[in-house]
Structure formats: C-alpha cells, structure tokens
Ligand binder design. Structure first.
Ligand SMILES: NC(=O)C1=CN([C@@H]2O[C@H](COP(=O)(O)OP(=O)(O)OC[C@H]3O[C@@H](n4cnc5c(N)ncnc54)[C@H](O)[C@@H]3O)[C@@H](O)[C@H]2O)C=CC1
Ligand SMILES: O=C(O)C1=N[C@H](C(=O)O)C[C@H](O)C1
Length: 233
C-alpha cells in the first residue's frame, strides 16, 4: 500500500515505523500547509496533524479521490462538512477520536455501563483524561466520544470542562509530561464508586489501528467508523 502521511510528528513517525514493518511504502510526508501534493502517487492518506489543519487536509484528499483516515482531534465542529464532501465526491473517509483496539472496546464498555446506570439517581458520573503537555486540545477527542455516549444513554444533557451544574457531565483534563493517554469514567455515590479506566502505555496501539483502517478502506466508498473496521457491535 502506498501511503501519504499528513502530519509527521509523534504519530506520523510511529505510523511510518509500523507501516515499513508491514511492507507498505511511505511516498509522502506532509508536515505543513502545502498544495503541492501529487495525489496520484499514493493509495491512501493518513492524517495526524493539528486541529487547525485537519479539515483542509481531509478536504484536499476527498476532492482528489484519495481515501483518508483522520485521527487528528479538536476540529469536529467541521465534521458534518467533511461528511458532505465525502458523499459529494463519492469518497472514502474515517475519523476516529481513538484508533486503538483497547479504547474501541472501552467505548463499548462505557456505553454498556451508561445504560446500566441510567436510572440510578444516587450516582453522579464524571470523566477524567490525562495527556502529555504538548497536546493542543482539551478535553481529548476520546473524552468527548465517551461523554457523547453517556449523554445519549443517561439524563445528562451536555458536557463541560470542570462543570459543577446539574445534568452537565464534568470532564477534567490533566496535562503531565509524557503521558500517551489515560481516560477514566467514574460513577460516584455516597456509599461507593465504580470506575472504568483505559491506559495507553505508548502510541503503538493508535498507530496500528490507523494502519488497519487504511488497509481496510481501500476500494470502499462512504463515511465509516472504527466500529466498521473492527466489526464491533
Ligand atoms: N485518533 C487517535 O487515535 C489519536 C489522535 N491523536 C491526535 O493526532 C494529532 C497529532 O498528534 P501527534 O502526532 O501527537 O502531534 P504532533 O504535534 O507530534 O504532530 C503533528 C504534526 O503536524 C504537523 N503539521 C502542522 N500543520 C500541518 C499541516 N497543515 N499539514 C500536515 N501536517 C501539519 C506539525 O508540524 C507536527 O509535526 C493530534 O490532534 C492528536 O490529538 C494522537 C494520537 C492518537
Ligand atoms: O493527543 C494525543 O496524544 C492523543 N489524542 C487523542 C485524543 O484526543 O483523544 C487520542 C489519544 O488519547 C492520544
């Protein structure tokens, strides 16, 4: 598979290392704003860039008939525009706030627990995420995905960083030197608490998931998610 990397930072480099081990070829490493890209030279693009550049990278790929996998977080106010562009161009697109298998299983666990807790009024839910200090967005994309699922399945109506209002799910975003990504969901009452937690030990799981999605999407048309790639239901 011939791959173009949009974003050649921590994730771009990790994906390159894994891709080479799997005998894929990295034909382009795009690490800044540019329009000088030969889209005919690669089969798929993988974007791990920055919140301010992700949408434009996705747009360029879709307008040039290139399947695009995006893991960049913090740009989702334009997600619906990306969906429209994908459909208009008969393209192929996957966004995931987290590509690791472990977190995608954790998403399922979170949904299941939210459904169980939905009518238990003695418990309040809160979310915490811990990431490295270079992270540009807060809360993390993964925390937002977790929060949206809880909101869909309980009486919570929204989320806010450090919220203290009724029915608003509080998210605490902590930044510590080199943490790859830790997420926990806690249901607390006066008598006990229930916590589920995912800890990434390094970035390999994210990179492997993104490569798996890139291999999977070739030849397909539409907007997909990691549920499609991993056959989770
Ligand atoms: N969905 C997932 O599984 C994961 C998502 N992420 C997200 O991926 C993004 C990148 O993460 P890291 O690699 O850790 O960040 P990073 O800061 O190490 O790398 C980002 C790179 O993008 C480059 N860049 C800036 N403007 C660009 C443009 N217009 N086009 C292409 N590249 C450009 C920067 O020069 C930098 O090298 C972040 O939004 C992060 O939250 C990170 C890990 C996993
Ligand atoms: O910026 C990161 O590093 C990560 N970002 C993603 C997010 O915002 O959820 C995924 C992972 O937690 C690492």
């Amino acid at each position: 598979m011939r791959i173009a990397l949009f974003g050649y930072g921590k994730m771009g480099k990790m994906i390159e290392a894994l891709a080479l081990k799997k005998n894929h070829t990295i034909v382009a490493k795009i690490d800044n704003d540019t329009t000088e890209i030969d889209f005919s030279s690669f089969d798929v693009a993988i974007d791990f860039s920055q919140p301010s550049s992700a949408f434009n990278n996705i747009k360029m790929c879709l307008e040039n008939n290139t399947p695009i996998i995006s893991g960049t977080t913090g740009w989702l106010d334009r997600y619906e525009e990306a969906v429209i562009l994908c459909n208009e161009n008969n393209g192929a697109f996957i966004y995931a706030s987290n590509f690791s298998l472990g977190v995608n299983l954790f998403f399922e666990l979170n949904e299941c627990l939210a459904k169980m807790m939905a009518n238990l009024r003695d418990y309040n839910v809160s979310l915490e995420e811990i990431h490295h200090t270079q992270k540009l967005d807060a809360p993390s994309g993964t925390a937002i995905t977790l929060a949206e699922s809880i909101i869909k399945n309980t009486s919570y109506t929204g989320w806010e960083l450090d919220a203290t209002k009724d029915h608003i799910l509080p998210i605490k975003a902590i930044r510590e030197a080199s943490v790859p990504g830790t997420h926990s969901v806690t249901y607390g009452s006066n008598v006990d608490s229930i916590e589920i937690k995912h800890t990434a030990h390094n970035r390999e799981g994210f990179a492997l998931g993104a490569l798996t999605a890139a291999e999977w999407i070739i030849g397909k048309h539409g907007v997909f998610s990691m549920k499609d790639v991993l056959h989770i239901d």
